[in-house]
Write a protein that binds this ligand. Structure first.
Ligand SMILES: NC(=O)c1ccc[n+]([C@@H]2O[C@H](COP(=O)([O-])OP(=O)(O)OC[C@H]3O[C@@H](n4cnc5c(N)ncnc54)[C@H](O)[C@@H]3O)[C@@H](O)[C@H]2O)c1
Ligand SMILES: O=C(CO)[C@@H](O)[C@H](O)[C@H](O)[C@H](O)COP(=O)(O)O
Ligand SMILES: [Zn+2]
Length: 411
């Protein structure tokens, strides 16, 4: 036999220089995303029986980690719900905003799991809050005993349409956005839009940014729906106050989640790094962390999308009328087109370098093609970024003055 030659007998490899084995396995994963409004009404049984993989029976107990602001608003109702169903809960209220999305917060959840003496399989931790809270709890649960089940109940729009439906967990580390994290599916996510009634409009817009992301890269229909009904649905906080608003809110949320899950399911562990759902997330991680706490996550994402729309326009992939529509929808949804961090071209170039490290040596930059399409490029230069920034600067100024963006390339 030649040196290094191998043959397999199941696990065992026969090598000329000693025994060796190769292990190969595929991990099956299944999780549920279930909508039900007013989850904590005493007569709503969705949390108890709605998920076949996570039944909750009277006499059982649960650890509940809840965003402290959500606790202040809904804690009494939540405690009453569990008491009414004879479920004993231990509650950890946690401050959860981007500035404290750090490993310390994960430690606090781990401490609570340990003190609770959580059962490895049968006592999923309940995470109730926005994307920050669910990312922290998901991370802690994925670490404890190398994986303890958890359930998400998102209370923000970003949580409902994005952070609550994928498998990524994580916290920021130093200047790195979500630099520490794991892939860990929650057994179930329960979507209750009624939580959005207490969310301020800035955070509704913040969630609309991620919905707009899905529209720009995947669906012209969703974009048109946002264009026609987005501002009214935003003002109504997705509460469906009239039949028409309810229909629009239902369609926007359901379509956005559906498109997201269509993208995630075949590539759940991100073995392929060309991900169109990374649109808006090339420059934004650096922009968001640099501007922290000035910009919310979705605001940083939308500035990235505005910049890359300008880039797409310069490349001829997005025509000027399409760019005009995109910029005016961003504005109409209460989102920014510009932030002064863009004044520093070296920041964008640093962001691109970091993205290249994150995407295994290539830019793999999703760029819009028209409205609803995309392609990946690897050849964006610093000069091109500067030209796109100048184009965006002019358009953003026009839009801020109430005028059309007037995306005149070469003007
Ligand atoms: N895991 C993922 O796939 C994924 C996807 C998208 C975003 N994210 C992460 O999500 C985070 C952003 O999430 P977010 O926008 O939900 O922010 P957030 O969790 O900070 O919540 C926003 C604010 O709203 C408050 N709040 C929450 N629910 C409320 C309610 N119903 N009424 C009133 N106030 C309420 C919170 O206390 C907080 O102050 C970012 O860190 C981002 O990285 C993760
Ligand atoms: O922001 C997030 C996840 O934090 C999502 O909106 C988004 O779809 C993607 O997961 C992002 O592209 C982020 O990916 P990554 O930089 O955390 O690897
Ligand atoms: Zn995002």
């Amino acid at each position: 036999m030649q040196s290094g030659t191998q043959f397999t007998q199941g696990l065992r490899l026969a090598m000329d220089n000693g025994p060796a084995w190769m292990v190969e396995a595929v991990r099956q994963v299944r999780y549920h995303v279930i909508s039900s409004d007013h989850l904590f009404s005493p007569d709503n049984s969705t949390l108890l029986t709605g998920c076949p993989d996570a039944p909750l029976r009277s006499g059982e107990r649960r650890l509940v980690v809840i965003d402290e602001n959500v606790d202040a608003l809904y804690g009494a109702q939540i405690r009453e719900f569990f008491a009414c169903h004879d479920i004993e809960i231990t509650v950890l209220p946690l401050r959860a905003d981007e500035t404290v999305k750090q490993f310390d917060a994960v430690s606090r959840v781990v401490d609570a799991m340990n003190d609770f003496g959580i059962d490895r399989r049968r006592e999923p931790v309940l995470a109730i809050g926005g994307g920050v809270l669910t990312d922290i709890v998901g991370f802690a649960a994925s670490l404890y005993r190398r994986g303890t089940p958890y359930i998400r109940i998102p209370t923000t729009l970003i949580g409902l349409v994005d952070a609550g439906v994928g498998v990524k967990t994580g916290v920021n580390y130093e200047t790195g956005k979500n630099r520490l994290g794991t892939y860990a599916a929650a057994t179930a996510t329960f979507l209750d839009r009624s939580f959005l009634r207490s969310l301020d409009l800035r955070h509704i817009s913040n969630g609309l940014a991620e919905i707009l992301k899905m529209a720009l890269i995947r669906s012209e229909e969703l974009f048109e729906l946002l264009e026609r009904r987005g501002p009214a649905v935003r003002a109504d906080r997705f509460q469906g106050s009239t039949g028409d608003l309810a229909q629009a809110a239902d369609a926007i949320v359901a379509e956005s989640i559906h498109l997201m899950l269509e993208e995630l399911q075949p590539n759940l562990w991100e073995s392929a790094l060309e991900r169109c759902v990374d649109y808006g997330h090339t420059f934004s991680p650096t922009i968001e962390m640099h501007a922290l706490p000035e910009l919310l996550h979705g605001e940083a994402v939308v500035i990235d999308m505005a910049l890359t729309t300008a880039l797409g326009t310069l490349r001829g992939d997005v025509d000027q009328a399409q760019a005009d529509r995109i910029f005016s929808v961003i504005h109409a949804l209460g989102l920014p087109l510009w932030n002064d961090v863009l004044d520093d071209p070296s920041l964008l170039e640093a962001a691109l370098r970091d993205t290249v490290r994150h995407r295994d040596g290539r830019q793999r930059l999703p760029l819009p093609v028209g409205i609803g399409g995309h392609r990946f490029v690897n050849d964006v230069t610093g000069a091109e970024l500067r030209a796109a920034t100048e184009l965006l600067r002019r358009c953003a100024r026009n839009v801020a003055q109430g005028a059309p963006a007037e995306v005149l390339v070469g003007a």
